[in-house]
Design a protein around this ligand. Sequence first.
Ligand code: HBI
Ligand code: FE
Length: 289
Amino acid sequence: MSADGFAKCPPPGARADWTIDQGWEAYTAAEHAVWITLYERQSAMLPGRACEPFLRGLEALDLHRSGIPDFARINAELNRLTGWSVVAVPGLVPDEVFFDHLANRRFPAGQFIRKPDELDYLQEPDIFHDVFGHVPMLTDPVFADYMQAYGRGGQRAMQMGRLHNLARLYWYTVEFGLLQTPQGLRIYGAGIVSSRSESIFALDDPSPNRLGFDLERVMRTPYRIDDFQQVYFVIPSLQALLDATLQDFAPIYRRLARASDIGIERIEPGDLVITAGTQAYAHSGAAAQ
Ligand code: HBI
Ligand code: FE
């Protein structure tokens, strides 16, 4: 095992880059039914909540047609739109492997699907989170470039010992990001769009803070992996998000080495406050301990 808890070698049956065959023919009717249940639940609630690029991507890839999507089919369209493709992996892969795929416009997606009795709870990202949650945004040319930039930045962050800072950027954008639009706040983060309860909480609940996105501020903010977020960061546009990554991160990492983290509930003097949350949910017994 390496420091991040992963074996250095791919598991038996996986290739050197940790990819496996999707094995689409082997999914059972029960597994397809789980996809369809989740798809119908989420797609019904997302109009007016998810951003337009996500909803357009979902349509363009026709993700619901026959249950769990066949990567060969969606890759034909995804490749045509932005040059990205989806590759199957057994589960979480080591950071450097993950970054290498993203830097080459390949999104590693879990091959397995959650069980019918755990529709809302997941320890490792499955095919529904990865494909329904992440892949629609990869049809947007600007977001597609952002994900690649993140992959390229990963190697650099590891060399400089600042991976935890870069991982926060991923968390608060790719997983839990909100977008400001003329019609109001919309979701683009995969962790939100793939969750029934968080796609309501993130937009409507008075508990969390919603703050304007600032790259360095985000990199100083820890996150929670066990429950709804206590703070969401709002980007003014996908282009602004991409632009923020088109700079040398080395000076930022040097400043971060001397800066302290910002408490997860804090609102700082320089923050653009969209919602000052009550934190009622986080402080109630309902939150995970
Ligand atoms: N592997 N399959 C998979 N999916 C992820 O989202 C993922 C991963 N390995 C590492 C990782 N994410 C993160 O730790 C990095 O983004 C920092
Ligand atoms: Fe994810």
